[in-house]
Design a protein around this ligand. Structure first.
Ligand code: MN3
Length: 252
């Protein structure tokens, strides 16, 4: 599987003008998904979130003081690891060949699978994106095309942050706040319940998830207890704008 995947990726990158960009990202651009995706619907050319949990790109304490080391460790080694394991179990039970399937394809067709697949496929994808979306406090800057697009869509970066923060605060119970690029290339903000995400065919909020924020209590309770708004306000300091900016540019 690894060999095939790497070979395909190398062959594709050889012919892709986006090679240098894609190589720096956790996902690359694969023609396979675009072919399988119905025209005009989620035609994002995005591939590649592995079905297996990937190594965390930093230490558990790297995001302190915004996110404490114990929260990071429990979140990564217990919660997120369980989603990956349960996703693997669901794939076995529902005969999804994870050596050839694309997780994004699965999510786009999630209505055809069990609630277990929905919860854990979403849970795994969301967390893999979440880890990569963060970096040590104030180590990156929102700039370039994403900043321009945000200012155009929401009038200002502050207004964008306010609207996104409100989406996270307003999500009742557990879920995620999202910045989404819609199929007609508009940036919108919304939220999803539980581990749903905007790629899912059952989701009210639809599009390519540019940025997602975990607002489950397990993401913040040890440090912030009931103060979800304080967690979100602090979280802006650890957003990895370098990663998110490239992720946006690869789709915009
Ligand atoms: Mn979580």
């Amino acid at each position: 599987m690894e060999n095939n995947s790497n070979t395909n990726r190398r062959e594709f990158l050889k012919t892709s003008g986006k090679a240098s960009l894609a190589a720096g990202l956790a996902f690359t651009v694969l023609p396979a998904l675009a072919k399988k995706t119905p025209a005009g619907l989620f035609d994002f050319n995005a591939d590649g979130t592995p079905f297996q949990q990937q190594p965390l790109g930093y230490q558990y304490n790297a995001l302190e003081p915004v996110i404490d080391a114990m929260t990071m460790e429990i979140h990564y080694t217990k919660h997120a690891a369980a989603y990956a394991k349960n996703l693997a179990d669901a794939c076995t039970a529902e005969k999804v060949d994870t050596s050839s399937a694309k997780l994004e394809d699965l999510l786009m067709n999630i209505s055809k699978y069990s609630p277990k697949m929905r919860n854990n496929g979403g849970g795994h994808y969301n967390h893999e994106l979440f880890w990569k979306s963060m970096a040590p406090a104030n180590s990156t800057t929102l700039q370039g095309k994403l900043k321009d697009a945000i200012e155009k869509s929401f009038n200002s970066v502050d207004a964008f942050k306010t609207q996104f923060t409100d989406a996270g605060k307003g999500r009742f119970g557990s879920g995620w706040a999202w910045l989404v690029l819609t199929n007609d290339k508009k940036l919108v903000i919304g939220s999803t319940p539980n581990q749903d995400n905007p790629l899912m065919d059952i989701s009210e909020l639809k599009g390519f998830p540019v940025l997602g924020l975990d607002v489950w209590e397990h993401a913040y309770y040890l440090k912030y207890q009931n103060r979800r708004p304080d967690y979100i306000t602090a979280w802006w300091n650890v957003v990895n704008w370098d990663f998110i900016g490239k992720r946006f540019e690869s789709m915009a």
